[in-house]
Structure formats: structure tokens, C-alpha cells
Ligand binder design. Structure first.
Ligand code: HEM
Length: 505
């Protein structure tokens, strides 16, 4: 018996050693990728590649990419290789090449290369992840959903939601309590997108455990373990499909599929129409030929990506903005003066045209998106071999390319003193001098953010409503300087942004 156990142990040990050796050999083979191509690269280490070991120091991925950008740039490289686990990614630092990839040579870099799994993760089959002709067809269909006419139609509900937010903040100011503005703005944008995408009143302020708010948090926050699972999905998408892995959490998928099914069936049975994204998608679906029409699952995937894209990006933008203008009261006062001046002109009413007259507001939001672009890593998959101009280097079909807008936006060559929050960078005179493609918070080219207008609109409405009513200062509970939260895929302030609020007038 003892002999049998000892043989078993020896065999087990041999298997483990063999596995370790094979894994190391596999990694070493992968890690020569850039060297073999003669492309400069940052030294990776097993097993995370260039990513900081999340068990030692969990860093935000957007920040990691920006740091790699700065390192490659400091070595005067126009591009360079990095590794996520063992996956090689070409990180571009040269703005001309950024321009080629996003616009001029878009045909070679059309796809994001995100994981989709129609069977097990139906919400993943959305505009952000779709590829090739399927993406193109859907983009053409969805583009009319975001025209300025449609934005005007959705404007009043956004204002109504912002007034509810102002009411919620009033109680903090009355009780002299600091407010976690990130949480408050997330409730506002959840209410907005719930209304505008699904036609649902979410009441995130009164119903703290509200299903939308909870599902929104669940969909966007990840644990270290989930981040690792997502990295594995990223590294082995085919295996992940075989193992039926999903990025979207099961509860989130069930909730959104049911909501969309119920809403579509209710509207169709009762002949109900509403001014929201869901209605626009139902109309597109009804206008399509049988066989080509979007299924309910397709429709749910699109409203879902509007929901995810819609609430978190805008709420983090407004949060970063309020953080900065609470540190610089001169900017805050100037912005408030403009809001009041314009509103006086419009009889005190916050209208679509009034928001567009607020030029300084535009500058402040532009500068916020410079310093804190919420979605700052733009991935592309090379879909056709591509020779980098003025070089012998070829990016091969299937290789991943990344652009870090955070890296570009904090590059002193394009934005001197990049850590300084200075809306004057975007005044009409200076704005015209900004190097093209060094400022790309929404991406650029055919794959530019489809919700740009909506995102900016709801951010500005929220800010205008708050600034005309309150004065904000930084509460000591805020990390200053801010720390970015590794639990979010988007740039987001860890532990929130806490502000003291004083009612005006
Ligand atoms: C401040 C707000 C926002 C920012 C900074 C932002 C940023 C971005 C960025 C950087 C991309 C990737 C572009 C690329 O890969 O080249 C993107 C794509 C996208 N965004 Fe936004 N976004 C915002 C708001 C919104 C809103 C409000 C919606 C929907 C209601 C939305 C929906 C989408 C979708 C569907 C895509 C994928 C487009 C495609 O691949 O064709 N975004 N966004």
C-alpha cells in the first residue's frame, strides 16, 4: 500500500512538473513574438505579461495602458509590443498611425475583437462587440437613433431626472452631510437611461435597492476573480466558448432579457408607443423583412449596451468634473455664472438650445474628458495584413492593436502640464491648435461612440442643474489625488468622490 502511494505521489509530482515546464515553455515561446518581428516591446513576466500582478497590487487597466504608452513614448517608439497574460498587443503612440488605424485604413482594423457568445451570453452580441459586415449593417440601422432630433425628443425627461437628483442633494445640504457624488450621479444616469432606453421609471433615489441600480452595479463592477476569468476569456476565446463561459453575469442577462421581452409584448398587445430607444428599435425591427428582422435577443443586446454605455460613462465624467471644479472654485464660479446667464436668457428654463449656448460648459466637459476619458483603451483586431507606413513592419491579420486615449491625453507633447485641469485648453483659439487625433475621448472614425451626443447632453444637463442650485467643495473623505478603481473596466474613482454641498439662494 505504502509503495502504491509513493508511486502515485511520484507520478503526480512528475505530472505537475511537466505541466509547469510546458506552461513556462509556452509563455517563453509567446514572449518572443515582438522580438521575432523586430518590434520594440516592454519586458513581460510570467504569468501576467505586462499587467501588474493583481494579487500584489491591483491596478486599473486604463492606467496600466497609459503607463505603457508613457514608457514607450519616453523611449521614442512610435509603437511597441506589450503582453496581456501571453497575448501580444501592439500599443500605438504615434498620432499619425492612430489616425490611420481609426480612419484612413479602417478597413484593416474594423473590429474590436471583443468576446461574443450568442448561445451562452446573448447580451454580448451587441454593437460594441459585433464584427465585420454584421457590425456595419447594425451600425447603419442604429445611427438614426442618435440624431439631434431624437436627442431633442429625449431632452425633457433628462431634465426631469436632473431635478430629482437636485432634490436628493438638497437633503444632504440641509443635513450638512457630505455627498458621494459618484453614487448620486450614477442614480441620475440610471434613471435617465432607464427612462430613455426602456421606458421604465427606475426611481433610483427613493428605491435604493431598485432593480435597475442593482443590476447596473452588478453589470459594471467586477471582482479580482472575475477580472481574471475575463482575462482568460480574452486569451482563449474559442476555449471559453466551448466551456460556455459568459462575460455578462447570469442574473444580469436574465433580468434584461425578461424586461425587453415583457416590454415589447406589452407595447405590441396594447398598441403603446413611447419616445425611447426601445421604441426606435421596435420600429426598426417591424420595418425589416422577415428573416432579416432583429430577434428579441438582438434587440435586448442593443438596449443593454445603450444602458451600460449610457449610465457609467456619463456619471464618471460628471463625477470627475465636479471633483476638479470643487478643487478650483474659480472655475466652478465661472461655470455657474455662465449657466445662470444663459438660463436668464431662456426665461429660467433649461432647454436643448440653452445647453448648446453654454460654451464654457463645453470647455469644462471637454477638459474633463481629456483628463479622465472613461473608456480609454481602444482595441482593434487587424483584419487584413497592414504595413506600417515608413517602415518594414507588417501588422498581421489577427494581431491585436490598442490605442490609449488616456496615454495621449496626458502626453505633455500634446497637452503641456497634463495633470493641470485647465478648460482654457479648449477655448476656440486653443482648441483649433490641438493636434488632430491626440484628443479622442469618444474614439474616432466609423467606430466612434454612437452615443456621443446623448452622453454629453446628459452630463451637461446634470451639471447645469446642480450648479444653478448648489456650491460644492471637496470633503476630506475624498482620496486626493484620486485613486482609480481596479474593480471597474472604466476609469472610475475608488471610494467615490465626497463633496460638501451648500444650497445657493
Ligand atoms: C461621456 C460619455 C461617453 C464616452 C466618453 C464614451 C466613449 C466611447 C468610446 C471611447 C467608444 C469606443 C470607440 C472606439 O472603439 O473607437 C464607445 C463606443 C460605444 N459607445 Fe460610448 N461613450 C459615452 C457615452 C455613450 C452613451 C450615452 C451610449 C449609448 C446610449 C454609448 C454607446 C456606445 C456604443 C454602442 C459603442 C460601440 C460603437 C460601435 O462599436 O459601433 N456611449 N464609446
Amino acid at each position: 500500500m505504502a509503495v502504491f502511494a509513493s508511486v502515485l505521489l511520484t507520478n503526480l509530482f512528475a505530472i505537475v512538473v511537466a505541466l509547469v515546464v510546458i506552461t513556462i515553455a509556452f509563455y517563453k515561446w509567446k514572449y518572443v513574438h515582438w522580438k521575432m518581428k523586430g518590434i520594440p516591446y516592454l519586458d513581460p513576466s510570467i504569468p501576467f505579461g505586462n499587467i501588474t500582478n493583481p494579487f500584489k497590487e491591483n491596478k486599473q487597466l486604463n492606467v496600466e495602458f497609459a503607463n505603457w504608452y508613457a514608457r514607450l513614448k519616453s523611449m521614442k517608439h512610435r509603437y511597441g509590443g506589450v503582453f496581456m497574460l501571453f497575448n501580444p498587443i501592439l500599443l500605438v503612440t504615434d498620432v499619425e498611425l492612430v489616425k490611420n488605424i481609426l480612419t484612413k485604413d479602417f478597413a484593416n482594423f474594423m473590429d474590436h475583437g471583443f468576446y461574443t457568445n450568442e448561445r451562452d451570453d446573448p447580451l454580448s452580441v451587441n454593437l460594441l462587440s459585433l464584427e465585420g459586415q454584421k457590425w456595419r449593417n447594425l451600425r447603419v440601422k442604429l445611427t438614426p437613433t442618435f440624431t439631434s432630433g431624437k436627442m431633442k425628443m429625449m431632452f425633457q425627461p433628462v431634465v426631469d431626472c436632473s431635478n430629482i437628483m437636485a432634490n436628493a442633494i438638497l437633503s444632504y445640504s440641509n443635513n450638512q452631510q457630505p455627498v458621494n457624488i459618484k453614487e448620486v450621479f450614477s442614480c441620475f444616469t440610471t434613471d435617465v437611461i432607464g427612462h430613455c432606453a426602456f421606458g421604465v421609471e427606475c426611481n433610483s433615489f427613493t428605491d435604493e435597492e431598485g432593480t435597475f441600480r442593482v443590476r447596473g452595479k452588478l453589470a459594471t463592477e467586477t471582482t479580482v476573480e472575475e477580472n481574471l476569468k475575463n482575462l482568460v476569456i480574452f486569451a482563449f476565446p474559442d476555449l471559453a466558448k466551448m466551456l460556455r463561459l459568459a462575460i455578462t453575469k447570469k442574473k444580469v442577462t436574465q433580468f434584461f432579457l425578461k424586461l425587453v421581452e415583457d416590454t415589447v409584448s406589452y407595447r405590441e398587445k396594447n398598441n403603446v408607443r413611447r419616445n425611447d430607444f426601445m421604441q426606435l428599435l421596435i420600429d426598426i425591427r417591424n420595418s425589416e423583412e422577415n428573416g432579416e428582422a432583429m430577434s428579441i435577443r438582438d434587440l435586448a443586446a442593443q438596449v443593454f449596451i445603450f444602458f451600460i454605455g449610457g449610465f457609467e460613462t456619463s456619471s464618471t465624467t460628471a463625477t470627475f468634473c465636479l471633483y476638479e471644479i470643487s478643487r478650483d472654485l474659480e472655475i466652478q464660479d465661472k461655470l455657474r455664472d455662465e449657466v445662470n446667464e444663459v438660463l436668464d436668457k431662456f426665461g429660467g428654463k433649461l432647454t436643448y438650445d440653452a445647453i448648446h449656448e453654454m460654451k464654457y460648459m463645453e470647455q469644462v466637459v471637454d477638459e474633463t474628458l481629456r483628463k479622465y476619458p472613461p473608456l480609454s483603451i481602444m482595441f482593434r483586431i487587424c483584419t487584413k495584413d497592414y504595413q506600417i507606413p515608413d517602415s518594414n513592419v507588417v501588422i498581421n491579420k489577427g494581431e491585436r492593436v490598442a490605442i490609449s486615449s488616456l496615454g495621449l491625453h496626458r502626453d505633455p507633447e500634446y497637452f503641456p502640464e497634463p495633470e493641470k485641469f485647465d478648460p482654457e485648453r479648449f477655448n476656440p483659439e486653443n482648441k483649433s491648435k490641438i493636434h488632430p487625433f491626440s484628443y479622442i475621448p469618444f474614439g474616432e472614425g466609423p467606430r466612434i461612440c454612437i452615443g456621443l451626443r446623448f452622453g454629453k447632453m446628459q452630463t451637461k444637463v446634470g451639471l447645469a442643474t446642480l450648479l444653478r442650485n448648489f456650491r460644492f467643495t471637496l470633503n476630506p473623505k475624498t482620496n486626493d489625488p484620486l485613486v482609480m478603481d481596479p474593480a471597474h473596466f472604466l476609469l472610475s474613482a475608488k471610494d467615490g468622490v465626497w463633496l460638501d454641498v451648500e444650497k445657493i439662494g
